[in-house]
Unconditional design. Structure first.
Length: 243
């Protein structure tokens, strides 16, 4: 959510949809986004766990019917699982059957391999979580994540392969920030050049001197660089020193 807040501060508009890979598709992010009315086109980290070979042949959690009136779950064998506790950090209810029920069940081999029986975990805001995951598996979400691959990930790959984006060890944060700004400026200039006519000199002639001055001022502000006469200055730690 810190990334969402940072984005809203930069663009001055509220976020309507978030798009990211499965690293961000956590329960906390899903629920928080839904509480704030944000569509979640995130990759679902639970999908990788569901496809785990160790879980093949085991009933998924969706096979257990939840009754909101009694706050209980019913397993495929017809047994009732009652809430045991609410996890203080994960905010999930744990549902278990009575002692000895799972051990005597004829569907045990299809339900669990644990010696103590099957445990179902249900989030306290499960309705919001189900809606978020439904949005995450929608065709629109798949399309947005595919678009993100060649936009965001392509930009990262270009910076790493061509502009030493990953060579940041021992540089300290302020030096790395300068490099990141320069890489971003180079990539933006390349995008701008693609939209120019085939004759760059002819296009430049139409740009006024005032426009160029404003562009230089904006770039200087971004990079922390000011000019006094013809001498460029940059901000180093807490003072301005000549370059």
């Amino acid at each position: 959510m810190s990334l969402v807040e940072q984005h809203e501060q930069h663009v001055g508009e509220p976020v309507e949809t978030v798009v990211a890979d499965s690293k961000y598709g956590t329960v906390e992010n899903f629920v928080t986004c839904q509480q704030q009315g944000i569509r979640t086109h995130l990759g679902d980290v639970l999908a990788k766990q569901t496809n785990n070979p160790r879980r093949q042949g085991i009933f998924p959690d969706t096979a257990f019917h939840y009754d909101p009136q009694s706050n209980t779950c019913q397993c495929p064998a017809g047994q009732t699982l009652r809430p045991r506790r609410l996890h203080p950090v994960r905010r999930t209810w744990e549902f278990t059957a009575a002692k000895g029920v799972c051990a005597a069940c004829h569907l045990r081999s299809q339900c669990t391999r644990a010696s103590y029986g099957r445990t179902i975990k249900r989030h306290e805001y499960q309705a919001l979580l189900d809606r978020a995951r439904s949005q995450a598996h929608s065709p629109e979400a798949y399309r947005d994540r595919c678009r993100r691959k060649h936009l965001a990930e392509g930009s990262f790959a270009d910076a790493a392969n061509n502009y030493h984006f990953k060579r940041s060890r021992w540089r300290r944060l302020w030096r790395q920030q300068i490099q990141d700004y320069l890489i971003g400026a180079i990539q933006n200039v390349k995008i701008l050049m693609r939209s120019l006519p085939r004759q760059p000199l002819a296009a430049i002639q139409h740009v006024s001197e005032a426009t160029l001055t404003r562009c230089v001022a904006k770039v200087s502000a971004v990079f922390g660089i000011i000019t006094e006469g013809n001498r460029p200055y940059k901000h180093v730690l807490t003072e301005w020193v000549p370059v």
